[in-house]
Design a binder for this molecule. Structure first.
Ligand code: ZN
Length: 603
């Protein structure tokens, strides 16, 4: 079972990038026009940003240019994400990236000049601004960390080089790494990144699942030193920049952008590690007993509790599920789901060279694009609901906010998406009364939604914090250090209930998030807010739905605590986090009760 080439996958399973540009020629024309616009813009404003009026007018005039650049960037970038084996797409993307970097550096004078303007003018600009108020406020906050204009220009010009570690990581993962087939039960199976993560890791047959684990990690091991070198380059670079910009440490530097305190960050990692572990270990014991395993290993954690109850789902059925489940958010939301399917916003296809995992990329005030690898499992329907949550965020915040102020802090980025997963689960439990079905839905919520956000990504967050501590202390990291930290991390959380086999410590190699700052912990932060908001919607109905929509519409106009407040949740305290862990525990308790009732198994 070889993966199909991109040209051979059914067109209705691919996204339609012609919504951005009907054809490539129009993209190149748009690029030429944008280059001319930037030239005119620079001539009009460079050296002139001393007064509040000029500053605001300059930012307003730059907005359509940034929007045009985003369209170019997405058009070229998304095509490549769907097929890294296509050299023409790779060259096109490189050319567009290159041009974007040049255009950004031609406009780099904007921020540095604004920061040199007198304080009184900056304050006045905040008062005058409509679409760019938060942007200017953020610049004022950044002022203390800005370097001389010439240095800033150099950094902007180097920005593509600063992303090289991530490029190396992705190229290794998507183009170079190749997996040999493996054998289990006397049969040969093909292996690939996406095949492992989307299929074998969830495989109910223990012999196949564990053989796939050994083969997958055995191959990763061959690339550990290159990957560690790329990652070390990334984190030491972040450390250097933190120092240059005068931050106390790399944590302060990375959290600054998120508008999150160190307390909020640490609390998420420490409280979950301590308080969620007993619940998840109980769930692991349940999986072991239900599957009759002599021992539970790290390779077994993602199996379904009741694999026989994991029905295959078609793409057409996914539309019905998602549409019905998200209807609670109103007609405008349901219409967006219809558009996503009718206008082909979603790339379902599985093909060679396609990016693994899933993501959603918004094109400002137009539509969003969703990449996933469809495997006909219910888990994929959760992925669709999740990514549509990002699309929904864009729809509301783009509609209400300027291009500058439409994005919330990274801390909350995963709230709208995980909310949709919870709504999908809630909808599914309402469709049938069968205890086995109910258990299947609840355990999907645990093994997909909460496992992904509160376990997988949180373990990454714990590990990442240790790595940054090493780097902050002036050290650097190698494959051995990274594997050692990751093993310690897994052993700490799973204790005696889960065996961590050789190879599991290489799990750090699987995640591109490490190249995106303090991203992993935000998954659980977003889901904490989503869980509490979903419980409010269950209890209070429409008024809570309205609060949620206002939260989405607010985009990035407040810090995370201020935004969560709009949704009726106070994340300045540990209340929402403890309540969410309690809720997860109650789901696991109910799954255990149902299993006792259905199978007579107790843990
Ligand atoms: Zn997401």
């Amino acid at each position: 079972m070889e993966l199909a080439a991109r040209k051979d996958v059914p067109v209705e399973e691919t996204w339609d990038l012609s919504l951005i540009f009907p054809d490539e020629k129009l993209m190149w024309e748009a690029l030429e026009k944008t280059k001319a616009d930037v030239k005119r813009f620079a001539a009009a404003y460079a050296g002139k940003l001393q007064t509040a009026e000029t500053i605001v007018r300059c930012l307003d005039d730059r907005e359509p240019i940034l929007i045009a650049m985003e369209r170019l960037w997405e058009y070229a970038g998304l095509a490549l994400e769907a097929d890294y084996t296509d050299n023409a797409l790779r060259e096109r993307e490189a050319k567009v990236s290159d041009e974007m970097t040049r255009l950004r550096s031609e406009m780099a004078f904007v921020d540095s000049e604004i920061l040199l303007a007198p304080d009184a003018e900056l304050k006045a600009a905040v008062g005058l601004a409509k679409g760019c108020r938060v942007y200017i406020e953020d610049l004022i906050a950044k002022k203390a960390h800005m370097l001389a204009p010439e240095t800033e220009k150099v950094l902007t010009a180097l920005s593509l080089s600063l992303e090289v570690p991530y490029t190396i990581y992705n190229t290794m993962k998507l183009a170079d790494i190749s997996f040999e087939p493996f054998t289990a039960n006397g049969k040969e199976y093909p292996l690939g990144y996406s095949l492992y993560e989307d299929d074998y890791e969830l495989e109910a047959d223990t012999a196949v699942r564990r053989a796939a684990f050994r083969a997958f990690y055995g191959t990763l091991k061959k690339y550990e030193n290159t990957t560690a070198a790329a990652y070390n380059a990334c984190v030491t670079q972040e450390k250097t920049i933190a120092e240059l910009r005068g931050f106390r440490d790399v944590f302060e530097s990375l959290l600054f952008e998120q508008k999150v305190t160190r307390d909020m960050y640490d609390r998420q990692i420490d409280v979950i590690t301590e308080k969620l572990a007993p619940h998840m270990r109980r769930y692991a014991r349940l999986l072991r007993k239900k599957h009759g395993l002599a021992e539970m290993t790290f390779a077994d954690l993602k199996i379904a509790l009741d694999p026989a109850y994991d029905p295959r789902v078609t793409i057409a059925e996914s539309r019905t599920y998602v549409r019905e489940a998200l209807s609670v958010l109103g007609k405008d939301y349901r219409d967006m789901v219809d558009r996503a399917y009718d206008e082909r916003w979603i790339d379902f296809a599985k093909n060679e060279g396609k990016s693994t995992g899933g993501f959603c990329a918004g094109v400002y005030r137009q539509n969003s694009y969703i990449l996933l690898n469809w495997n006909e499992r219910m888990a994929d329907v959760f992925t669709v609901a999740h990514e549509l949550g990002h699309a929904g965020q864009s729809m509301y915040s783009d509609g209400a906010q300027s291009y500058y102020d439409n994005e919330p802090s990274m801390y909350l980025v995963e709230a709208p998406s995980t909310m949709n997963e919870l709504l999908l689960a809630h909808y599914l439990t309402q469709t049938k009364e069968d205890p086995r079905f109910r258990r299947w839905v609840l355990s999907s919520l645990i093994s997909n939604t909460y496992y992904h956000n509160f376990v997988t990504h949180l373990r990454e967050a714990w590990y990442q914090r240790e790595v940054y501590k090493v780097v902050d202390g002036g050290g650097s990291v190698t494959a051995d250090t990274l594997s050692g930290l990751f093993r310690k991390n897994l052993e700490l959380f799973w204790g005696e209930d889960v065996v961590i086999p050789e190879g599991a410590e290489l799990t750090w190699m699987r995640q591109p998030h490490y190249y995106m700052g303090l991203y992993p912990y935000t998954y659980s932060a977003g889901l904490t807010v989503a869980t509490q908001a979903m419980l409010r919607i269950e209890k209070e109905g429409e008024s809570a739905v309205n609060d949620w929509k206002n939260f989405l519409k607010a985009g990035g106009t407040k810090d995370p605590a201020g935004l969560a407040e709009i949704a009726g949740i106070d994340i300045r305290t540990d209340g929402p986090l403890n309540a969410t862990i309690g809720y997860i525990g109650s789901l696991i308790d109910e799954i255990c009760r149902l299993t006792e009732e259905i199978d007579g198994i107790t843990v």
